[in-house]
Design a protein around this ligand. Structure first.
Ligand code: CO8
Length: 374
């Protein structure tokens, strides 16, 4: 058996930023157009008028200020209201591969490694741009990696579940080094025409290199332990899929073809699940809250993270103990906790212990306890 370690991380950040002000202006223009279009039905009481969105609500309800996206022109055009991505031929890299290669290259650079050191690629994300061939295999080819790759999807917990799978394979010796990459194009499956959720998501890609601790070339994080849990829930759901064409109304622009959630229920049900999960994971590893130097949480909602941080640490987290990036990136599904980890972990001292935790659709919760070695 070998001890696995995270030796490098990388973040690809798209060039387009959408501020809350831009987002709300586009949504409100769309709502006004719809209300004008439906004026008769609204006057007759047959159609509910669309309500405006507001910057104040978004900040207060979520803590999100900006989001990065692969295309903002389509999203901000009241006649389009979704990203407008160019058609790519089958002979050029797909958009997920393009994002993933950037993040993976940064992770390899940080670890002082090259593609020839890696023998597994897991593309773990909350949606994949096609069914097959696996995106991971395209990424593997683009990077020039021998070995194998596969895709996996556990929505918001894809990254932590991917880290568990990779760490277990490194531990057993079936692979020597693995890249877990999370290209999240949330803008493609977000419903930008629904004010309840149009502010929630952004695009990004993160990558994590996991290898034998004895192979580490520089400062790294030992993977002490991982834990995954799932419990079925319909409160976060997307019904799009390959059977769409075969359904009687398959081509209709149905609301449930995009992201849907009952945010209040998610909030109420996931909070206790996550708090319990972390507490039990720490107890089983012989750790108490005073042993934890940092918490890198899933980035969905500031209030939610404040609550979990307080519950886990048994007090208000100090500045920097539980870093949030959601104000800049919004919710980036599985990538959120890894962005926080990548940006806020270098300063930890030898022997410091931290915990990465994701949670979301499924429901799913994944936690990774790590120890710094410098
Ligand atoms: N502007 C103004 N008012 C608004 C807006 C808006 N944009 N949106 C809603 N309102 C109104 C509502 O209509 C409601 O009005 P009323 O009281 O008259 O009915 C009022 O404001 C309050 O609305 P909510 O109760 O919905 O507001 P909340 O305080 O609950 O906040 C949140 C909404 C932010 C969604 C919050 O519930 C939340 O964060 N919940 C947790 C959600 C969560 O963690 N989800 C995880 C999802 S991520 C995941 O699993 C990955 C899925 C795969 C990726 C998908 C990519 C697209």
């Amino acid at each position: 058996m070998y001890t696995p370690a995270i030796t490098g991380t990388g973040v690809f950040t798209p060039q387009n930023v959408i501020t809350n002000a831009e987002l709300v202006a586009a949504f409100n223009a769309y709502a006004d157009r719809k209300n004008t279009e439906n004026a008769k039905g609204i006057a007759a009481g047959e159609i509910e008028p669309m309500q405006h969105s507001s910057e104040e609500f978004i900040i207060k309800a979520s803590g999100i200020e900006n989001r990065f996206v692969m295309d903002k022109t389509g999203i901000l055009d009241p006649e389009v209201m979704h990203p407008a991505l160019r058609q790519r031929s089958d002979d050029e890299p797909g958009i997920m591969t393009e994002m993933a290669v950037d993040a993976c290259t940064k992770a390899l650079d940080q670890a002082g490694r090259t593609a020839s050191d890696v023998d597994l690629v897991i593309c773990a994300a909350s949606n994949h741009e096609r069914a097959y061939p696996a995106i991971a295999i395209e990424i593997q080819q683009a990077l020039g990696i021998d070995g194998f790759g596969f895709d996996m999807n556990v929505a918001c917990s894809s990254a932590t579940f991917g880290i568990q799978a990779a760490a277990d394979m490194v531990r057993s010796g079936s692979v020597r080094a693995a890249l877990v990459v999370n290209p999240e194009i949330c803008s493609g499956h977000l419903e930008w025409r629904d004010r309840d959720c149009h502010f929630i998501f952004g695009d990004v890609a993160t990558a994590t290199l996991i290898e034998r601790i004895d192979d580490a070339q520089g400062p790294h994080f030992e993977v002490i332990s991982t834990r995954c849990a799932t419990q079925f829930s319909n409160n976060i759901r997307n019904n799009n899929g390959f059977l769409r064409r075969s359904r009687p109304d398959g081509l209709v622009d149905r609301r449930d073809m995009q992201f849907m959630q009952n945010g209040r229920k998610v909030f109420k049900e996931v909070l206790p699940m996550v708090s319990r999960h972390i507490a039990e994971h720490m107890t089983d590893e012989g750790l108490t809250n005073t042993d934890l130097k940092r918490l890198w949480l899933h980035q969905a909602n500031k209030t939610m993270n404040d609550f979990i941080g307080k519950k886990v640490l048994g007090r208000e987290p100090l500045q920097g103990e539980q870093p949030n990036i959601l104000q800049d990136y919004a919710n980036t599904s599985s990538a959120g906790s890894i962005i926080a980890f990548s940006k806020y972990s270098d300063d930890l001292q030898d022997g410091d212990i931290g915990l990465i935790c994701s949670f979301g659709a499924g429901y799913s919760v994944g936690s990774v306890i790590v120890k710094r070695h410098v």
